[in-house]
Design a binder for this molecule. Structure first.
Ligand SMILES: Nc1ncnc2c1ncn2[C@@H]1O[C@H](COP(=O)(O)OP(=O)(O)OP(=O)(O)O)[C@@H](O)[C@H]1O
Length: 459
């Protein structure tokens, strides 16, 4: 009889796991992302008159200059360009995270960015901000407990984390710690996949990634892009910036946007990129990786012997984009028929906080204790306290009981030391935690729970 119930439990678990896995196969809501004439300008800080070379120079700098495009569900858009061409700025703008002088229109299923869209959006930053002492599983489970709504039970949330581990091929290292420069942990590619996994947990409809392959070898980079390609197959919209993809990776992109000093040089199908440049007279002189060729062009290096002047090459390419591509994109962007109707009920549900303030506090407390227990009991900390105890013991050794001033001095030192010691520790641990949690930008309640947690933890 017992055996039968064991089999039943195992079957139910397998069924639940299957369901959790299936959730990641398709997105909850498809999103069409459109951006029209995006212009971003920054005000440069005024240079002291003493150092100013050209006092009449313009104080504004244009970072993005009229970028347009569209990404549909099931598509992956790669933004390429030399360093400083505006890729990250555009990605941040599309992800709804850029303040300041942003002009133009960015719509998500025809609507501007909203709280509910924020909850459907995953954003993987260039630097992986992860807790070094937590394992891969712990990292993803804590994220699931914080970010998944209360309509899921705790068991469901854990199962989701396990399903993400499965989906991203992290099973082999799921019990390894993340690590940091002086603490060996998972590899660079695995770290990146954990960062992607944290965003995957909410099953985002729209996924932004800032240089997900930088610093990785070409095979690992290809694996990551293949995973992203699988995610698009579930109806997700994926946008990423990338420096120099290999040819294999390049041909995985459905769409490519090439930037040069904030100006678009190409937007369109990835597979049609080389044909476009050859149609305007730019053909590589030797067989080469398309992305190398595109970066050369965006840097103003032309294969044509007649064109040696870099500024002229850039000007010609910007002009060609204006004549051959800009109008075509605008026409495509006018077409509303490809935008799915917004699901108002789903949007309303998503606009609410996923978990309560108290739940966040408990999860943050558990995570903080797990992450820092090694610090509190580290040899260095114990030695520090022992040395201070011995030194102060020696200073006040055998003081005369009648010397009231000395007694007060000892009391003042003890209360001062135990008051400030944890306070200083809290300052140094709060900064990385805040970076991590602010990056998540979950909700304001989460951040305030974090502050209260740190205050309690160290007092
Ligand atoms: N807030 C800012 N203040 C000053 N300059 C800025 C600011 N934001 C962006 N820039 C400038 O805008 C340009 C584009 O920056 P961005 O980070 O988008 O480039 P990128 O193409 O992502 O570069 P990389 O590939 O090196 O990451 C750079 O010249 C950068 O210095």
């Amino acid at each position: 009889m017992e055996e039968v119930s064991d089999i039943e439990i195992a079957e139910t678990r397998a069924e639940d796991q299957f369901k959790a896995n299936a959730i990641f196969k398709v997105t909850n809501q498809q999103v069409v992302l459109k951006f029209i004439d995006v212009v971003y300008t920054i005000k440069l800080r005024k240079v002291s008159k003493l150092f100013e070379k050209n006092p009449s120079s313009d104080d504004n700098k244009v970072i993005l200059n009229g970028i347009s495009g569209m990404v549909q569900p099931g598509e992956m858009l790669a933004m390429l360009g030399p360093s400083g061409s505006g890729k990250t700025t555009l990605l941040t703008a599309l992800g709804g995270r850029l303040g300041g002088h942003l002009n133009g229109t960015i719509t998500y299923n025809g609507k501007p960015f909203s709280n509910s869209m924020k909850r459907k959006t995953g954003f993987v930053t260039q630097d992986d901000v992860l807790y070094p002492h937590l394992t891969v599983t712990e990292t993803l489970i804590f994220t699931a407990l914080l970010r998944l709504p209360n309509s899921f039970t705790k068991q469901d949330k854990i199962m989701h984390a396990e399903a993400v581990i499965d989906q991203l091929g992290l099973t082999k290292c799921k019990n390894s710690i993340i690590g940091e420069p002086f603490l060996r942990g998972v590899s660079g590619g695995e770290r990146k996949r954990v960062s992607i996994g944290q965003e995957m947990l909410i099953n985002p409809s729209l996924l932004f990634l800032d240089e997900p392959t930088s610093g990785l070898d070409s095979t690992t980079a290809q694996r990551i892009v293949s995973t992203l390609l699988e995610l698009t197959e579930g109806g997700r919209t994926v946008v990423l910036t990338i420096h120099q993809p290999s040819s294999r990776i390049f041909y995985m992109f459905h769409k490519v946007l090439l930037l040069c000093d904030g100006n678009p040089l190409y937007f369109g199908q990835g597979s049609a990129t080389m044909d476009y440049f050859s149609s305007i007279g730019y053909v590589p002189s030797v067989a080469m990786n398309p992305s190398d060729f595109l970066l050369d062009l965006a840097n103003g290096d032309s294969p044509n012997e007649s064109m040696k002047e870099q500024t002229l090459v850039k000007k010609t390419l910007i002009g060609a984009y204006g004549m051959k591509i800009a109008d075509k994109i605008k026409e495509e962007l006018q077409d509303m028929s490809n935008e799915p109707a917004p699901d108002e009920l789903e949007n309303k549900k998503l606009a609410m906080w996923p978990t309560t303030w108290w739940q966040q506090f408990i999860v943050l407390l558990q995570r903080g204790v797990k992450e820092r227990k090694h610090e509190s009991f580290s040899g260095l900390n114990i030695a520090e306290v022992l040395i201070v105890a011995v030194l102060s013991g020696l200073l006040w050794w055998k003081i005369d009981i009648s010397h009231l001033q000395d007694q007060i001095g000892l009391l003042f030192f003890t209360s001062g030391f135990w008051g400030f010691y944890p306070l200083f520790q809290a300052i140094f641990t709060l900064i990385p935690s805040r970076t991590y949690d602010a990056r998540k930008r979950t909700i304001f309640g989460h951040i305030s729970a974090l502050f209260v947690f740190h205050f309690k933890d160290h007092s």
